[in-house]
Design a protein around this ligand. Structure first.
Ligand code: 5GP
Ligand code: MN
Length: 323
């Protein structure tokens, strides 16, 4: 069936009070898509709230400027009833965390997403796993709604796209990705500045923390699997915000001969798992075993233990079947 934005546009047209949500522990795609769509809907006179768990460290350049109106869970009224709740870049309602109440209580719901593991959980859904980023879908939607893109919206969309494609380096990058990026450049965005804030700028302590955990990296399964571990003690020692753990997993897959790179990171008494494949191994089946999901070559999950050794063991066991 041909995908169509029509049902979602209809819902937007008949709603006055709209709330936008994204997945917990938001990344650049989630934040960029939300800011772009927030600004676009505001432009056409809609009353909109954007609600996000926290502002990720590498997106503060957006949330402190063109995304100032976006509220964190702490600032938002999570009991409010909206006409329409639109979920962006999120494959299931559990990943909305405590903002799930806004989704459940809304009079109507829609979802725009590119996660392979999205099974259309809203009333109207536009799910396109071939899209590199949700930002690509927002770009298409704005064009269809004939909402004019401006420098701020273009900046947010460009941020979203470089975040999920790793600056056009991941396997999900397509000809369409470059076409959209090229169009966005027509609005005078500052490409080097956006790239710097998204990927390079870091706190000194985070860099030292990275040095520490990278020095303990291990390889398994004939050098095809590598695991970086960040324990609760490491995170506490350097006061690392959970958003500052993003991007580190890639180092694991840079090792010559490695097919899958893993980062194990502590979260609420268990270990979260970030997985990146260099293209031979499809991660989705394994992500499902770890109660997670995502994309073929970039996925997440959870190991239900507070022991880093046990978590590592479980991961190696699971990958021994496919590597
Ligand atoms: P990351 O390793 O960066 O946390 O996640 C990689 C990709 O998988 C991202 O697109 C993220 O949204 C998705 N992802 C991570 N954890 C989960 C999860 O528990 N469930 C689902 N459905 N997707 C996840
Ligand atoms: Mn995304």
């Amino acid at each position: 069936m041909e995908k169509s934005f029509a049902p979602i546009i209809e819902k937007i047209n008949s709603a006055n009070d709209i709330v936008l949500l994204v997945h917990e522990n938001p990344d650049g795609d989630a934040v960029g898509s939300m800011i772009a769509f927030y600004r676009a809907l505001t432009k056409i006179g809609k009353k909109v709230d954007g609600v996000i768990e926290k502002h990720p460290a590498n997106c503060v350049f957006l949330t402190s400027t063109i995304g100032k109106e976006i509220k964190t869970f702490e600032e938002a009224d999570l009991t409010k009833q909206y006409d329409l709740c639109i979920v962006l870049d999120c494959g299931n309602s559990e990943r909305l965390n405590v903002a799930k109440d806004l989704f459940v209580n809304a009079k109507d719901t829609a979802c725009i997403d590119h996660h392979e593991t999205n099974f259309s959980f809203a009333n109207a859904n536009y799910i396109k796993p071939e899209a590199a980023a949700t930002g690509e879908l927002i770009f298409d939607l704005l064009n269809e709604m004939q909402i004019a893109i401006d420098t701020e919206i273009a900046t947010a969309l460009y941020s979203s796209i470089i975040s999920d494609t790793g600056n056009f380096c991941h396997q999900n990058t397509t000809k369409r990705t470059f076409e959209i990026a090229s169009s966005l450049m027509e609005y005078g965005i500052d490409v080097p500045k956006i790239s710097y804030y998204m990927f390079n700028e870091t706190r000194l302590n985070r860099l030292i923390f990275m040095g520490k955990i990278l020095s303990k990296i291990e390889v398994f399964l004939d050098g095809k699997l590598s695991i970086i571990c960040a324990t609760q003690e490491d995170v506490d020692e350097f006061q690392i915000d959970k958003s500052e753990l993003d991007g580190i997993v890639d180092y694991a897959r840079y090792i010559k001969g490695v097919e899958v790179g893993i980062l194990l990171k502590p979260r609420d008494g268990v270990y979260r798992l970030s997985m990146r494949s260099n293209g031979k191994v499809d991660l989705l089946e394994i992500a499902a075993k770890f109660n997670g999901g995502g994309h073929k070559y970039a996925a997440g999950g959870r190991v239900d233990t507070d022991s880093i050794e046990k978590a590592k063991e479980e991961v190696v066991k699971a990958f021994a079947e496919v590597l």
